[in-house]
Write a protein that binds this ligand. Sequence first.
Ligand code: NAD
Length: 358
Amino acid sequence: MTKNILVMPGDGIGPEIVAEAVKVLEAVKQTFSLDISTDEALVGGSAYDVHGDPLPEVSLEKARAADAILFGSIGGPKWDAIERDKRPERGLLRLRSSLNLFANLRPAILFPQLASASSLKPEIVSGLDILIVRELTGGIYFGQPRGIREENGERVGFNTDVYSESEIRRIGRVAFELAMVRGKKLLSVDKANVLEVTELWKEVITSMAAEYPEVQLSHMYVDNAAMQLVRAPKQFDVIVTGNLFGDILSDEAAMLTGSIGMLPSASLDENRKGLYEPCHGSAPDIAGQGIANPLATILSLSMLLRYSLERADVADAIEKAVERVLEDGLRTADIWTDGCRKVGTAEMGDAVVAALKS
Ligand code: NAD
């Protein structure tokens, strides 16, 4: 059956890096005889410029109909001053919530060839491969009541951290299943000694362990997890946590790798339909110069093939091709070091395609 991928390049460097991922997609379609059709839609500032809306109905409809979405990046100074509801970021938030993309997958992988890019010692991070599974549509970012009110003559700000058993079970299932196809180790992060909401979190995750006897489940308080991530990050395989802790820990883990231009991400719904995008933004400072690193987007495509299209073989081939190109010493400016060959966005994409075909 034909699978439909919607391509949403977005703003800034988005169109440049997505074009390279599309080259790679065309190459694997040929090599692996994949039955995939693609369509394209506007999102973010570029959609606002045409439709007055960062997520016009026509784009949302296409996103609903697709099996997976390959997303570039959105935003830029051009749209910073427009009314809040029409800003590019709102388009992405609406897209995530309209498609119920509750599971955010953020791998932190450090290719050995780039170990020197990390601020940590190479032996601590070289070969790092962890996956953070963050709950994306619940918790304190969405809980009610929330606001700022007057109390005893001063303003008081408040938010509500709330998770139902079913929400915890839903994200827990994604994490256990991912642990099963990876290193079979799952760490659940909470603050159960202080917060009741995470006491329930820990209880529900623990109750699920019997369904996955092969997975070694452990628990850690968030403060300890933050420390362990910089002390000995390779001890982890899959980490599952709520929205707030996940936001912070996934950025910390991302930074272990030293290069934002290398990091892909996925946001999935219950049926594994997903939106795949690089972790970085639209990099307006380098947009249009042809120097952006397309590898995070190419690796996002590889996640798309692995998780939504269930083609781990194709995903492995793309990841191997990326590694090969790094091994050959090709680097975009953001990851360039002495002795390597500096290449632009298109040359990097072409090199990955060539490595795939060889
Ligand atoms: P950014 O990630 O765009 O850029 C941070 C720095 O990293 C910049 O110096 C940039 O040049 C560099 N960089 C980022 N991606 C790169 C790549 N692929 N290759 C080489 N260098 C790269 O973050 P920012 O500057 O804080 O935000 C810029 C815009 O992006 C803002 O409008 C912000 O709202 C938006 N943004 C969008 C997303 C998204 O689309 N999901 C995420 C974060 C930020």
